[in-house]
Design a protein around this ligand. Sequence first.
Ligand SMILES: Cc1cc2nc3c(=O)[nH]c(=O)nc-3n(C[C@H](O)[C@H](O)[C@H](O)COP(=O)(O)OP(=O)(O)OC[C@H]3O[C@@H](n4cnc5c(N)ncnc54)[C@H](O)[C@@H]3O)c2cc1C
Length: 414
Amino acid sequence: MEHIATDRGRDHSEAEVIVIGGGAAGCSAAIYLARQRRRVVLLEGRAARPPQLSDLHSGEVLSPGSQLELRRLGFDPARPITADPLERWKLQEWDTVWQRWPDGRETADHLPGGVFFWQINRGHFYKELRKLACAGGVEVREGVRVVNLLRDKEGVCRGVVARDAEGAIFEIFAPVTVDASGRNSVVLARLGLRRPEADFRRAAYMFFFSELPGAPEAGVWRQYWFGGGTTLRGSLLAPRLYRFSFETSLTERDRWLAKFGRLPAPELFLAVLDEQAPDLARSFREATRLPHLLAFAPVGFRVASVTHDGLVMTGDAAGYLDPSTGQGLEFALRSGRLAARSIGEAFSRNRFDRAAFDRYLREREAEVQPIVRQLRLFLRASRSEKLLNVAGRLPPVRRAVLGQLIKTRPAILD
Ligand SMILES: Cc1cc2nc3c(=O)[nH]c(=O)nc-3n(C[C@H](O)[C@H](O)[C@H](O)COP(=O)(O)OP(=O)(O)OC[C@H]3O[C@@H](n4cnc5c(N)ncnc54)[C@H](O)[C@@H]3O)c2cc1C
């Protein structure tokens, strides 16, 4: 970890809080802190650039809980929406879950009236969030990447070392730094905080297609269940744009690699489908796949400690479990809000040691633990073909699972 140096440029902004990362967690924390009249500088590593397919990232799903968090944040769901999917933040919404179970049974369930999941272009969604942050008084600097923390001899975080778009390195100081830089956080790496999570050692691949025989229609989320906890889910994101996510355990993936050889991800995907669902394999072989591809492994991880002297970690930088429930963004938005509340209290007491952020720790824990329990159960159940087939046959079981996904957890809404 770098100590404060004198031979680098120094940024003289009078920041009270530095936020690393202008994603869901970072914007949420920054906006709530600015509402408390704190001087916030948000550093986003990505520079503004023309839209591209990778902006879609994983074409993520915004759960009803995320939509609620966005409304609290003042994000207008009717923000401008253009025709080009690369130029818009909201792609489509769905309210029907179509599933094919391991025994071949097919079911379709509808969400209660008026409840929808949204799918987004994450690049644009984040741009809109950063605009909202700017309008709320946050100083947003795009194209500025944090490369290290600044810590004094006692290990207290005093600010960050950053690199701007021209490559100039400089230091910024503030009493509190919020790390919201996601799963590849520089802070996680530098402080060695990442820990494995046994149940969540999964691999995920995201494929995008422009043509797909038998493709899902608008408004429908498709999910195919295979043996060994493997699942394929996807939907139409925009005209001639489909996204499918293929997820499995690392054990299962290693078994395939041993069986089929070290094939590139798209070929491995087709080889597994040939074995598990030949009809689907035929459709995907005839499909036109777009070059953009995302791969994550292991998907889930835990973070040893999310509060430190002068430093608070939020969103994925504070740990991530599994995309099964589509609640990553919801949790990022909410943990940003909880962090801001606790940091506000630290300012009112003028104390920024680790214990000053205990409220955040408690509230985050109350939020995370039920989700961890629910996900563990869900993942274990999804490894059993028998249990999956029972769910396929029993509408109340399916309704109960969907009910969990659309729950908005009123206890934490105050
Ligand atoms: C396969 C997969 C599928 C998923 N699907 C869903 C889904 O459908 N729905 C859902 O809600 N969630 C989903 N998630 C989870 C979701 O993507 C994350 O939980 C969410 O993006 C976390 O938000 P965040 O703000 O913490 O981090 P991020 O979204 O990663 O944002 C971090 C920001 O920090 C910036 N940054 C990074 N490093 C630096 C640096 N050094 N300096 C400055 N800036 C930096 C990045 O450019 C980025 O803008 C999925 C995850 C995976 C792996």
